[in-house]
Each structure stands twice: as structure tokens, then as C-alpha cells.
Design a protein around this ligand. Structure first.
Ligand code: ADP
Length: 485
């Protein structure tokens, strides 16, 4: 099935390796399918590790010249890349929806808002300031220089096939690093389209390569190749842990954005309608497949029934279908495994006393569609309270008071996003400070933007993306002790 693109040259079947568009040496390919019905919408090469090494060598060769450009030159190229992404947002959205399944409006939203990371870091390139510190001894000065870490490897997931790339490539290239990106094999077409636009923007050969192929051998090569200085990864905690272990040999720099298990708390003083709207956005956006999704919804006892009723009414109104159909607000899940996981969470919750208020099963639309689901009377003992569901399942757990809900919310090895709705200012400050999470949304269900530091604590990751802090992971500090002058 072909996508109706205004610029068909954005849909490519080759990988970008050191400025060359290449197929696999042995002709091996990966089919890219529409999760709606499994139709093949494109193919990409399944490259061998030999070709990956060429990309790494090219990135290593290109890095000094890229770093030697003035910050303003790098900024101008990044700015052109941003402009091209915005100008081609409609086509990029069609490609994204085609391979990932999310509604077209959400796809376009992802592209436009995450292009902001390229724009922001184009600006930040010019603000990589060092320091001059008074010397410890007479006649000495302490200089602090910020220098690029070098060649970076990026591994990105399928849930935000476009946005997870710009938030890594933006700061890396701004800092003077080069990057080799391995996108998720389910969604490589968005990554390759971004690479086409990077080339058009004037990103030099070797500075940004996109390699498609098998995750494990590529991950292994990134972790052990001495030319790779840093690995930046967004994906599961399990794979993050593996990368950390494998990269230990070379003491590689790591940025990890891993799984979450976000608590979404509604206190009795909250604006209940606003809380329901926030929960809808946080829970059901991208069919529940975001790492900052509300995973556990805690509602104070006195407002629990009213909240559940309003949430069910809104969730019932979600429109399932192909992402390009007008009015559709929920697409299919990414694959069969994702459906099995939510089925397991539903079955476990119902077995242990959960009360099904909506959905709970595969949709009559077939494929990997799952009905928007709400379950009440959920407890901490259920799987859904412990694991990331990554699907449109809203479990409601009631709580007594602040201390009770903070203990419950923090009872997790994860600490990425968290949310709560309340009006009392004292409560807002206490709860925001007490939640063990890298991010707290207060009276909002949406957090991410390029001006804010995105990232997790505990087993949700290392480092931050976005904001002035987001470039630090791509810079090394060098101390120069200047004496005898
Ligand atoms: P998800 O559950 O979101 O698919 P994964 O962590 O499995 O999370 O995948 C995220 C990204 O990591 C994808 O690009 C995938 O191909 C890649 N990946 C999976 N396993 C490995 C591995 N062993 N080494 C490196 N990358 C991997």
C-alpha cells in the first residue's frame, strides 16, 4: 500500500551511512508494516555489522571538522533542518501514522512539537559557555572548557518514531558531536525521512547516519566499539540495563530514558473535570503507549465514584480506527505482544477483585485494537500497579489521605513522570516534593516540551533531554590550570 505523500522522495528504502544511501550487502530487508492491518508500506535494509562499522568510522572521521565549525554555523544548519521538518510535517505525519498507527493529528503534533528540540538546541549551540575561576595559587587561573564528547550512538523506540530522534540529534549536533542512529525496526521510515531532510539542510556526510538492522548485534557493537564515546537510549529498562552492563567495559557515557509507571493522583480538592481531561490525555494518548502515560490512577475516596463515572463517559467516546480516518482518536496497538500484555493485566486485575467499568477486551475491529478500558477497585497487589501496561487501560485505586497516596505512588522501582490534581498550595508543594519522579505535572496531564528537562530517577533512567540541561550529556568538562602567564 502506498502513502499519498506530496514529496515521495521522503519515503526511502535505503539507510544513510557516512553520506551514502546504501542497501544491505547481502540484500537483506526488513518489511515495515501498518499496524492497522499488517500491510507492507515500505522496506528498509537489514544491514550487517560491517556496514554499521563504516557508519561509525565515518562519524569518527567527520567529528573533528563538525566540532571545529563555529557554533553559529552548526546552529544555522540545525535551524534549516528544523524549518524543513516543519515544512514537510504533513508528509512526515503520514509516514509516522503509516508505520506506527497513531491518529494523524497526534502524529503531526509529535512532529511539530518535537521539531522544537532541533530549534531549541540550534539556539543553545551558541550558549555552550565555559568558566574562568580564580586560581588557587598566585598567578594561576582555572579555565573550564566544554567540549563535545565525540561520536554518539542513539537507539530509539517505536512509540515516538520522530520525536525520540530530534531530542537526541538536536543536542548532539549542537554540541559538536556526530551521531549514528538505530531506530526501532517497527518504525524506521520516520527516521530515514528525517535523515533526508538533515542532508537537505546541509548536515555534512558522516555527521548524522541512520542505520537499520538487528538490535542486539548493533547494540553490542555500539557498546564495544572504541570509537563510540556515548550511547543515548530510549526504551525498556531491561534493554537499558543490558546496555549499561555491555558498555561498562569501555566506561562509555550513557543517557537512558527507560520505563515508567506514572502515578496520576486526584485529591478531593481537585477540579474533577480538569482531572478527568488530564487523565484522558495522559492515559489514552497514543493508545496508552507512552513512557509518561498515567499507569496507576489514584483517586481520594470521597471523589472516586464521581471521577470514575466521568472518566468512563469520556473513554467510551474514543473513536477507534485507522489513524488517517477523520475523527479517529485511538489507533491500534503496535503488535500482538502489546495486546497480550494488556490482556494479562486485565485478567489479573479482575481475578484479584477489580471491577470492570468499560472495555476489557480486544475490539471488534480486529487486528491489534484494544477497547478503552477502565477498572475500579484496583489494589497495589495487582500487576497493573507494578508494571508498565503500555495500553489503553485505566486502573483506579482509591486512597485515604496524602501520606497514604505518597507511600503508594512511591512504591515502585520506576520514577519517570507523575501527576496530581489539587488546589491547596501547601498540599501542592508537599506532594510535588515528596513524589519520587523526575517530572511532576500539577493540574496537567502533559509535560514534555523542549524547554523543560525530561528524564527519570530510580530505574527510569539517567540524564535529561531538553532545556539547558539537555546538552550537558553531550559535553565533557575540561579543566585547564593556567599558570606562568
Ligand atoms: P520496546 O518495548 O519499546 O520495544 P525496547 O527496549 O525493546 O523497547 O526497544 C527500544 C529500542 O531498543 C528499539 O530500537 C529496539 O530495536 C532496541 N533494542 C532492543 N533490544 C536491544 C538490544 N539488546 N541492544 C540494543 N538495542 C536494542
Amino acid at each position: 500500500r502506498s502513502l499519498a505523500l506530496k514529496d515521495p522522495s521522503l519515503l526511502v528504502d535505503k539507510a544513510l551511512v557516512g553520506g551514502q544511501w546504501v542497501a544491505a550487502t547481502d540484500g537483506a530487508k526488513i518489511d515495515v508494516t501498518d499496524p492497522f492491518d499488517g500491510a507492507v508500506i515500505g522496506t528498509v535494509p537489514s544491514l550487517g555489522v560491517d556496514v554499521l562499522r563504516q557508519a561509525i568510522n565515518a562519524a569518527h572521521e567527520a567529528q573533528p571538522a563538525w566540532a571545529a565549525k563555529t557554533a553559529k554555523e552548526r546552529a544555522q544548519i540545525l535551524r534549516r533542518w528544523f524549518d524543513l521538518i516543519i515544512a514537510n510535517a504533513d508528509d512526515l505525519a503520514l509516514i509516522l501514522t503509516g508505520e506506527q498507527g497513531k491518529p494523524l493529528a497526534e502524529a503531526k503534533g509529535e512532529i511539530v512539537s518535537n521539531a522544537g528540540y532541533i530549534e531549541w538546541f540550534a539556539e543553545e549551540a551558541k550558549r555552550i559557555d565555559g568558566d574562568i575561576i580564580p586560581g588557587a595559587n598566585p598567578g594561576q587561573r582555572i579555565l573550564v572548557l566544554k567540549q563535545p564528547v565525540g561520536v554518539c550512538a542513539a537507539i530509539t523506540p517505536w512509540n515516538f518514531p520522530n520525536g525520540m530522534i530530534t531530542r537526541k540529534a538536536g543536542p548532539a549536533l549542537a554540541a559538536g558531536c556526530t551521531m549514528i542512529l538505530k531506530p526501532a525496526s517497527q518504525t524506521p521510515l520516520s527516521a530515514l525521512a528525517l535523515a533526508v531532510l538533515a542532508e537537505r539542510a546541509g548536515v555534512p556526510a558522516g555527521v548524522f547516519s541512520v542505520v537499520t538492522g538487528s538490535a542486539k548485534p548493533f547494540g553490542q557493537e555500539f557498546c564495544t566499539n572504541p570509537k563510540i564515546a556515548k550511547i543515548t537510549f530510549t526504551g525498556s529498562t531491561e534493554v537499558g540495563r543490558w546496555l549499561m552492563r555491555e558498555a561498562a567495559g569501555g566506561i562509555k557515557r550513557l543517557s537512558l530514558e527507560l520505563g515508567g509507571n506514572a502515578p496520576f493522583i486526584v485529591f478531593d480538592d481537585a477540579d474533577l473535570d480538569a482531572a478527568v481531561d488530564g487523565a484522558m490525555l495522559s492515559k489514552f494518548r497514543n493508545a496508552g503507549q507512552t513512557c509518561v502515560c498515567a499507569n496507576r490512577i489514584y483517586v481520594q475516596e470521597s471523589v472516586a465514584e464521581a471521577f470514575a463515572e466521568k472518566l468512563v463517559a469520556k473513554a467510551r467516546a474514543l473513536q477507534l480506527g485507522h489513524g488517517t480516518e477523520p475523527g479517529v482518536t485511538q489507533g491500534p496497538l503496535i503488535d500482538g505482544k502489546a495486546v497480550e500484555k494488556v490482556e494479562q493485566h486485565v485478567a489479573d486485575a479482575l481475578e484479584k477483585g477489580g471491577r470492570l467499568l468499560l472495555g476489557g477486551k480486544r475490539s471488534a475491529l480486529g487486528s491489534t485494537f484494544f477497547e478503552p478500558t477502565v477498572i475500579a477497585d484496583v489494589t497495589q497487589a495487582m500487576l497493573v500497579a507494578k508494571e508498565e501496561t503500555f495500553a489503553p487501560l485505566a486502573p483506579i485505586i482509591t486512597f485515604k489521605d496524602e501520606a497514604d497516596v505518597i507511600a503508594k505512588a512511591n512504591d515502585s522501582e520506576f520514577g519517570l513522570a507523575s501527576y496530581f490534581y489539587a488546589r491547596d498550595m501547601g498540599r501542592i508543594m508537599r506532594v510535588a516534593e515528596a513524589l519520587e519522579a523526575g517530572m511532576v505535572g500539577v493540574n496537567t496531564g502533559a509535560l514534555a516540551n523542549e524547554m523543560a528537562p525530561f528524564g527519570g530517577v530510580k530505574q527510569s533512567g539517567l540524564g535529561r533531554e531538553g532545556s539547558k540541561y539537555g546538552i550537558e550529556g553531550y559535553l565533557e568538562i575540561k579543566y585547564v590550570c593556567l599558570a606562568g602567564v
